[in-house]
Design a protein around this ligand. Structure first.
Ligand code: FE
Length: 146
């Protein structure tokens, strides 16, 4: 699917899962500035400000940078943390992980498995069945209703 939001992003695809390895300079050119800052520089949107924090639509969440499918709405749960939270990804390999030691904490960073965009962090205080909490930036996600 391509719409006006992605007209300047030739790498956006909901179907192509080929890994992308593009330099930041390329992403800077094709992404909106606020998304670029989160996706490529791991900025974090302020709690309770994101469009999906309290959102309950039924459908699929895609990477806003590249279109890769990330989460289904049935894995989303009401978290009090102020960011959209999920207990599992849509499929193995839809995201990748990296140790993040910034800000005096050791956390697990969650990246898009296709384009490497920063999405958020993974914590171990989620609900059953996984016990995981994927704490995501709304701006990194794009929801498509069923
Ligand atoms: Fe992506």
């Amino acid at each position: 699917m391509r719409d006006a939001t992605h007209a300047s992003n030739p790498w956006y695809s909901r179907t192509d899962t080929t890994r992308l390895d593009l330099p930041d300079s390329t992403w800077k050119r094709v992404l909106p500035h606020d998304l670029y800052e989160v996706a490529r520089h791991a900025a974090t949107e302020r709690a309770f400000t994101g469009k999906y924090s309290e959102f309950e639509g039924i459908g699929t969440y895609y990477c806003a940078a590249c279109g890769n499918a990330l989460f289904r709405s049935d894995a989303k749960f009401a978290s009090t943390c102020g960011w959209p939270s999920f207990f599992e990804t849509v499929r193995p390999g839809s995201v990748s992980y990296r140790k993040d030691s910034s800000y005096g904490m050791v956390r697990t960073e969650v990246l898009c498995g296709r384009c490497g965009a920063h999405l958020g962090h993974l914590f171990d205080d989620g609900p059953p069945p996984t016990g995981k909490r994927y704490c995501m930036n709304s701006i990194s996600l794009e929801f498509e209703p069923d």
